[in-house]
Design a protein around this ligand. Structure first.
Ligand code: ATP
Length: 458
């Protein structure tokens, strides 16, 4: 079966802005290329994805621990890692329209079908113009520490989180009494001077990454590499709920491998513009630990008690983009349905653990008589889950609003709850499920348990 690509990007970009997920940065100044801000719902969703990753990679395992390393650190780290010399993108410019492209992405057809001139040279995908020779461009942002700008106090903003983990390999080994194999995980912001036009939060100047370095004995790295490719794919399908048909694994060709890698597999998603990377799983061999030992003059090794030898561990790295995952979760969850009256319902079918709001408490109307019970339900639920209270506009519109932001459950308080015309109420509420739109009456006393069942992983 041919997989169906996610809906067009404009639909998601506009929903994300209208409903408070993601805003273009500094809009009153005309924005800023490849920079976005996260709104009230985006920030919740980011936290949910980060927590889901941490739970899967650290808390639910015995063999992985976390760190949070300094962003700005000794620049020799980036010399040893090879980033100062090698962290470059090949760029070409169109001589006609001056637009800039990444040469590797042009070849992959990322800007549309590859067009060539009579000599077989790739030409500008916009206007068929001639392209310049590729120039290597280093993508690290430079800054300086201290008041005077000089070559002696240059520092870099980290383009990945892995080096902060390598810097702490021995600290963790000793303080946590670890034995191989074990992993160190980290989630935090990374910076890359991306100069080709990004696509929403798919490619931005700063973005959050979720990375783990899994240290293992030399010779076992291939096995762990295969294991982590499968584990990470399972995270996207079983934890984040991404459609398996829109995911694929793509192993890098030899020429495509990074300077440190013996093997890399990308987990790719079928974006509206074609397949694109969501995560890279790489066998980084012993490249980094050896490079840091050489640069610092201090050996970094592990004492293998079985063989009585000091060895340099090999490393397998699953490196995921948090903000790119957020874009994929939004794209993948987007759905439109037409009801019996011909009205369109937009639904974000987000997994409850990813959805920014888990429960909405909606009094049937603004009537004063409903408010105390509705507030009581709200106060009961908000310590347990991210809950919204909304009493404006008709109940139908409020359901639609919640569907559009992916809220899995709405709880409605009506006159049956509080009683009417002198009759006692049933102290029960209606819960309505986003996907099935089914409604069920539940006593307030049993509400938390009923929701717990419907909000797995929250
Ligand atoms: P690409 O080829 O798309 O530039 P990459 O191969 O350089 O990605 P990695 O270095 O493997 O990316 O980084 C790991 C993950 O970090 C990527 O799979 C992606 O999810 C995320 N990522 C990388 N660059 C960006 C960016 N500029 N904006 C948002 N996320 C990014």
């Amino acid at each position: 079966m041919t997989p169906v690509p996610a809906p067009d990007l404009d639909t998601i970009v506009s929903l994300a802005k209208r409903r408070g997920f993601v805003f273009p940065s500094a809009e009153i100044y005309g924005g800023f290329a490849n920079a976005y801000d996260y709104g009230p719902l985006g920030v919740e969703m980011k936290r949910n994805i980060r927590d889901a990753w941490w739970r899967f990679m650290v808390r639910e395992r015995d063999d992985v621990v976390g760190v949070d390393a300094a962003l700005i650190t000794n620049p020799r780290v980036w010399v040893a890692s090879g980033h100062v010399a090698n962290f470059t993108d090949p760029l070409v410019d169109c001589r006609k329209c001056q637009q800039r492209f990444r040469a590797d992405h042009l070849e992959e057809g990322a800007y549309g079908p590859v067009q060539r001139d009579a000599n077989g040279n790739i030409v500008c995908p916009n206007d068929g113009g001639e392209l310049t020779e590729p120039r290597q461009f280093n993508m690290m942002f430079k800054t300086q520490v201290g008041p005077v700008a000089s070559d002696d106090n240059v520092a870099y903003l980290p383009p990945e989180t892995a080096q902060g983990i390598f810097m702490n390999f021995e600290n963790v080994l000793q303080s946590m009494r670890r034995k191989l194999p074990f992993g160190i995980a980290q989630t935090r912001v990374s910076f890359r001077n991306e100069i080709t036009p990004g696509k929403f939060v798919f490619r931005t100047l700063e973005f959050e990454q979720m990375e783990m370095e899994y240290f293992c004995k030399p010779g076992t790295d291939l096995e762990w590499y295969r294991y982590w490719v499968e584990e990470r794919l399972r995270w996207y399908t079983d934890v984040i709920g991404i459609d398996r048909a829109r995911l694929r694994l793509r192993e890098h060709e030899k020429e495509e491998l990074s300077h440190y890698s013996a093997g890399t597999t990308d987990i790719e998603y079928l974006f509206p513009w074609g397949w694109g990377e969501l995560e890279g799983v790489a066998d980084r061999t012993d490249y980094d630990l050896k490079a840091h030992a050489a640069q610092s003059g201090k050996p970094i090794t592990y004492f293998d008690e079985e063989t009585n030898e000091h060895i340099v561990p090999f490393v397998v790295e699953p490196a995921a983009g948090l903000t790119r995952t957020l874009a994929v979760a939004l794209l993948d969850a987007y759905d439109e349905e037409t009801d019996d009256k011909g009205e369109t319902r937009v639904v974000l079918r987000l997994r409850p653990n990813v959805a920014p709001v888990k429960v909405a408490v909606l009094p049937l109307s603004k009537n004063e008589a409903l408010r105390p019970a509705a507030r009581r339900v709200y106060d009961l639920l908000r310590p347990l889950w991210m809950t919204q209270y909304d009493e404006t506009q008709s109940i139908g519109r409020r359901y639609r609003r919640q569907d559009e932001i992916g809220t899995p459950i709405c709880v409605t308080v009506d006159f049956q709850t509080v009683g009417e015309k002198g009759e006692a109420g049933d102290d029960a509420v209606t819960i309505r499920e986003r996907d099935s739109m089914q409604q069920l009456r539940v006593p307030i006393g049993a509400l938390a348990d009923a929701l717990r069942e419907r909000l797995p992983g929250c």
